[in-house]
Design a protein around this ligand. Structure first.
Ligand SMILES: NCc1[nH]cc(CCC(=O)O)c1CC(=O)O
Length: 303
């Protein structure tokens, strides 16, 4: 039998995540290790390292090449950090499953907490959300541009390019890097879909869809879909300063969300509960946020 081919980017984190999917498929379906093959694909985002992603402005930085491989049958599924997957997917590609979500929080490296940062400290990040949240909490901080994969950013910090940086707890844990301190979600609401690994397949490939669905976590899928539904309703993307986090308790999904202006002076947040899988909840939250947003925030989300 032909091996089941898992497409992934080649970054260390992407490879760890692809191996998590591989291990889950092998365990769930009782496959031999050689029944799965990992295929690495270089994406636009991997090639462009010297500019802020927001400046490149291009779409599908992390997915385009993998989408192509899915569409032409070069791979059977593609594994992504859901945080990096555009809100609107091409026709023919479906998110078949998500692995159980990891720690959703950011971690701060170089200080015990955001409050403990020295006055005027330089904090390295390329995330408009993290930059805006930091500026709101601490207008005295100097935000400096940090790009590259997790280890590159840790190395920049060690080289003294900033006093502190923020990284997703999930990525650090998956890479075995026990560094920094978790930032409570009450201090910094995470990015939509942070900590979730998704598996995509061709919409017409029923065999792949079935095999992948068997390793999925429905609660993660419902939460991340609500967070992505909010982005869709806002017509926002990963370059917009948006925090969102859905959680499920019993049969109730609670979605918390905030929008900020780039300089952090404008801010609006809300929280609402509903049924998991109800697409109206994120839409209602988006309308409420846009209604109440100050002009400098609404301007960023004008359709
Ligand atoms: N934008 C890069 C990116 N995409 C996913 C993760 C971490 C893993 C995750 O959030 O699932 C990271 C690095 C980071 O933000 O620290």
């Amino acid at each position: 039998m032909k091996p089941f081919r898992i497409g992934t980017r080649g970054s260390p984190l992407a490879l760890v995540q692809a191996n998590m999917v591989r291990d889950a498929l092998i365990a769930t379906h009782g496959w031999a290790p050689e029944a799965v093959e990992i295929v690495t694909v270089r994406t636009t985002g991997d090639r462009v390292q010297d500019r802020a992603l927001a400046d490149i402005g291009g779409k599908a930085l992390w997915t385009k090449e993998l989408d192509g491989a899915l569409m032409d049958g070069g791979i059977d599924c593609a594994v992504h950090s859901m945080k990096d997957v555009e809100t609107f997917r091409p026709t023919g590609i479906v998110i078949a499953a998500m692995l159980p979500r990891a720690d959703v929080r950011d971690r701060i490296l170089g200080a015990e907490s955001v409050a403990a940062l020295p006055r005027g400290a330089r904090v390295g990040t390329s995330s408009p959300r993290r930059a805006a949240q930091l500026r709101r909490l601490r207008p005295d901080l100097n935000i400096v541009l940090f790009r590259g994969n997790v280890d590159t950013r840790i190395a920049k910090l060690a080289a003294g390019e900033a006093e502190a940086t923020l990284l997703a707890a999930a990525g650090l844990a998956r890479l075995g890097r026990d560094v920094g301190h978790p930032v409570p979600v009450e201090t910094m609401l995470p990015a939509p879909a942070q900590g979730a690994v998704g598996i995509e397949a061709h919409a017409g490939d029923d065999r792949a869809l079935g095999l992948i669905a068997a390793i999925g976590d429905p609660a993660t899928h419902a939460c991340v879909s609500a967070e992505r539904g909010l982005l869709a309703a806002l017509k926002a993307g990963c370059h917009s300063p948006v925090g969102a986090l859905a959680t499920i308790e019993g049969a109730v999904l609670t979605l918390r969300a905030e929008l900020l202006s780039e300089d952090g002076t404008g801010h609006v947040h809300t929280q609402e509960a509903g049924a998991p899988g109800d697409p109206e909840l994120p839409r209602a939250i988006a309308r409420d946020l846009l209604d109440r947003a100050p002009p400098e925030v609404r301007r960023l989300f004008a359709a």
